[in-house]
Design a protein around this ligand. Structure first.
Ligand code: AMP
Length: 420
């Protein structure tokens, strides 16, 4: 099979690493990729949102399967465009990607399908939103309806913060059209779990569960980031009832609406004292959750992705390795607000040679043979082992071998679960 991955982050490096191990693979490209993906595939210089060129490339190179990593090309209709060209694309159509593209769409679907979620209201008028906030009181959560690069959610502790969020999103149009509609919802408390399922429109297979660490600093302090680390499995979390409560009813409802969901459905859950509640759906793998989940998958990923595209998951099973994995993000200094590019990452071979460790690249570039930090999140270091504590030790031992002095990473990823 000839496969084209779309994206350039650590998630796409992990996908390329997993697919490159498939005996069914004959050729693998990544568009645009990074120096890490170039180690296991051929990079193609096409941007993730350049749908026309991606379709043209896939056509000219007889690609059998396209695997988009990020949500933006899916929401923009990459799967639809590939389908028109007769090319299999692993991911939802633009209509089905609304599960990530619009919070209000998701909340309405939850209500119709009986999926437990925070109580909510949708607003197009800031005065009405403010009045609602004053009636309900704080804490309360204000969300931009559309895609806002992970920055569209404000968990407001005070009324003033909530009203400031409404002002920012609606009156100042901080996220443009994405925040002309907002959702205001009840504030939930409890640990968060990310649940992943492989979906073919009708059937779903469990694809792992992880916990991630969104804040920049140890102890979950400082601003939110794209993700500073993740681990899997999540101790005490039982995926089977969660698949029945949060994945299968969504598939049934999407099929009933004639927009069947194919691809990865990622349910972000809060485990409240009253039971798990859905915070959001994403329509793709998380980053860095992907890097933590794929090393635990014992089965060949490639036929599973094809089966999901072809509506054939009923005949597919996935085997998992025993044990656990921990992923640590290494970021450029100044991340997330003002990452400083240009420092020398150095030789990753000693870290990658650590038994049980994997090194995935994200914001890197090669310059005269040197690996240079270019983006905010630069590397993901993954440790896998029989237990979570030893996976964590493996990941940190490997991270310590990365020569990049400017690289920043948290020291407490996966720590809280065994009372460190
Ligand atoms: P989202 O972009 O929807 O994943 O939201 C970002 C983060 O905001 C989540 O990971 C939660 O930590 C938090 N969050 C979202 N919705 C709620 C809610 N209803 N109650 C409390 N926290 C929330």
């Amino acid at each position: 099979m000839r496969v084209l991955i779309v994206g350039s982050g650590g998630r796409e490096h992990a996908l390329a690493w997993a697919l490159s191990a498939s005996p069914l693979l004959t050729k693998l490209w990544v568009a645009p990729g990074n120096p890490g993906t170039a180690l296991v595939a051929e990079n193609v210089n096409i941007a993730t949102l350049d749908t026309d060129r991606l379709v043209q490339f896939a056509r000219e190179h007889d690609v059998d399967l396209v695997v988009p990593g990020p949500e933006a090309p899916l929401v923009a209709g990459l799967t639809d465009a590939m389908a028109q060209a007769g090319i299999r694309c692993f991911g939802p159509t633009a209509a089905a990607a609304q599960l990530e593209g619009s919070k209000a769409f998701t909340k309405q679907l939850c209500d119709e399908a009986g999926i437990p979620t925070a109580r909510w209201e949708r607003f197009t008028d800031p005065d009405e939103a403010d009045a609602f906030i004053r009636r309900r009181g704080a804490p309360i959560v204000v969300k931009a309806d559309g895609l806002a690069a992970g920055k569209g959610v404000v968990v407001a502790i005070t009324l003033e913060e909530a009203e400031a969020a409404v002002h920012d999103m609606m009156r100042d149009a901080r996220f443009g059209a994405a925040s002309s509609v907002i959702v205001i919802e009840e504030c939930l408390t409890g640990p968060e779990v990310s649940l992943f399922a492989l979906c073919d429109g009708t059937d779903a297979l469990f694809l792992g569960a992880a916990q991630d660490h969104k804040r920049i600093h140890d102890g979950d302090t400082g601003p939110n980031t794209g993700g500073m680390g993740a681990f899997s499995p999540v101790p005490g979390f039982d995926p089977a009832p969660a698949m029945d409560a949060f994945i299968r009813p969504a598939l049934v409802e999407m099929a009933r609406r004639e927009t069947p969901f194919r691809g990865i459905l990622f349910a972000g859950l809060i485990l409240t004292p009253a039971g798990p509640r859905l915070i959001e759906y994403n329509v793709r793998f998380g980053d860095p959750e992907c890097q933590t989940l794929l090393p635990l998958l014992a089965s060949d990923l490639l036929p599973a992705l094809v089966a999901a595209c072809d509506g054939d998951l009923a005949h597919c099973t996935l085997e998992w390795r025993d044990g656990a994995s921990v992923a640590i993000t290494m970021a450029a200094p100044g991340y997330p607000s003002a990452p400083v590019a240009g420092s020398n990452v150095g030789d990753l071979a000693p870290a990658a040679a650590t038994p049980g460790a994997l090194v995935f690249q994200a914001g890197t570039r090669l310059e005269a043979g040197h690996l240079i930090a270019e983006g905010g999140r630069v590397l993901t270091i993954v440790g896998t082992a029989q237990t979570l504590p030893t996976a964590r030790e493996t990941a940190y031992a490997a991270a310590a071998k990365v020569p990049w002095r400017e690289g920043y990473y948290r020291r407490d990823i996966a720590a809280q679960n065994y009372g460190e």
